[in-house]
Design a protein around this ligand. Structure first.
Ligand SMILES: Cc1ncc(COP(=O)(O)O)c(C=O)c1O
Length: 355
């Protein structure tokens, strides 16, 4: 299984340290206040002022003409591929991409699309790998119409695609007639970690989106951006998929609040992730991937404990995290403090000591 949280145990203590995912963040009291005060209207007919403000802000942030508010990041990906591609088309993406294994087969089921998985370390493929995967347009092969990358690469360890590599990928894709899509579920983590603006990161990518329900701490929502013509087509799919909303300004207000208050603080999550990795590295036998952002992947097998046993034992001590693709993933976010990180490291040490 791709994603394995610990088994539910009615006798387990309450979760005190929640490292399961940055989707676990709870809206803060100030965010809830902003939601309560939101001016609202009918989003489906374009009349919600707070949604409109959010879309303008994200379009500007990503350097695109227009943007649309979606209930989830998954719907941003699905609507984008449905607009960029036609049935029978081929998408190129990394083999660990969310698009491939975590969206319920939506791209095949709804769009008749196939996704070619590209190999590469840490969730990233090289420009050369992309070049080799391209084929000429013949009557035999599926038309290759879209290149997709995840910034940051989730299962790759929250790694950051370098700006120069992103630029080269765009050049190669464009020369081959492909459109380009950036899954920016954690794009702002990459921006805060590197100091490179979101506009620069997304430059040249035909569509890009950011998720508000992860490290940014909002309860719901992603915003997908692109050219005005692209967004008009996305709106058709949003309607078809049942993603058009009504007084969605309540949720958009949380996202606007997050843009104002929760972007720079992502640096704290990155510092906590580094501290967690440093602490874990001091425990003999643990294999830890150096975090670039807020995700820490590690395997305790070398210390004599299989990953799933470690996850179960940690849960018994009030620490929640999960196995992901054979490794343990710990995710730092708004609701995780430096003290919680220290506590987690000492639990891991004790569990290993107890065998
Ligand atoms: C890289 C990536 N893309 C897309 C998604 C989907 O986002 P959502 O959960 O908002 O549908 C996720 C969620 O974890 C993700 O990590």
């Amino acid at each position: 299984m791709l994603y394995t949280p610990p088994p539910r145990d009615p006798n387990a203590p309450p979760v005190r340290v929640n490292l399961l995912s940055d989707t676990q963040t709870r809206p803060t009291p100030a965010m809830r206040e902003a939601m309560a005060r939101a001016e609202v209207g009918d989003e489906q007919i374009g009349d919600d002022p707070t949604v409109n403000l959010l879309c303008e802000r994200v379009a500007d942030l990503l350097g695109k003409e227009a943007a649309v508010f979606m209930p989830s990041g998954t719907m941003c990906n699905v609507a984008a591929t449905l607009v960029h591609c036609r049935p029978g088309d081929e998408i190129l993406a990394h083999e660990s991409a969310h698009l491939i294994a975590r969206e319920g087969g939506a791209h095949a089921a709804l769009g008749g699309l196939q996704i070619t998985p590209l190999p590469g370390a840490d969730g990233q493929f090289s420009p050369d790998t992309l070049r080799k995967a391209l084929h000429p347009r013949t009557r035999y092969q599926p038309p290759q119409t879209l290149l997709s990358v995840e910034q940051t690469a989730n299962i790759g360890g929250g790694t950051i695609w370098k700006k120069g590599v992103l630029e080269e990928l765009v050049r190669i894709a464009k020369a081959a007639g492909l459109a380009t899509h950036m899954d920016g579920a954690r794009l702002l983590n990459a921006c805060v970690a590197t100091g490179i603006s979101a506009r620069a990161m997304a430059e040249g990518w035909d569509s890009a989106w950011i998720d508000f329900s992860k490290g940014l701490g909002a309860p719901i929502g992603g915003v997908l951006a692109g050219s005005r013509a692209f967004i008009d087509e996305v709106w058709r799919w949003k309607q078809r998929l049942g993603g058009s909303m009504r007084q969605a300004g309540i949720c958009a207000a949380a996202c606007v609040f997050a843009l104002d208050h929760h972007v720079d603080r992502l640096a704290e999550d990155h510092a906590n992730a580094r501290a967690l990795a440093r602490g874990l590295l001091q425990i003999a036998g643990l294999k830890v991937q150096e975090p670039e952002t807020n995700l820490v992947f590690f395997t305790p097998d070398g210390a004599g404990i299989p990953g799933n046993k470690m996850v179960t034992e940690l849960r018994k001590r009030g620490v929640l995290l999960a196995m992901m693709d054979g490794r343990i993933r710990a995710c730092t976010h708004l609701d995780v403090t430096a003290a919680m990180v220290e506590e987690t490291v000492s639990h891991v040490r004790e569990i290993i000591r107890a065998g």
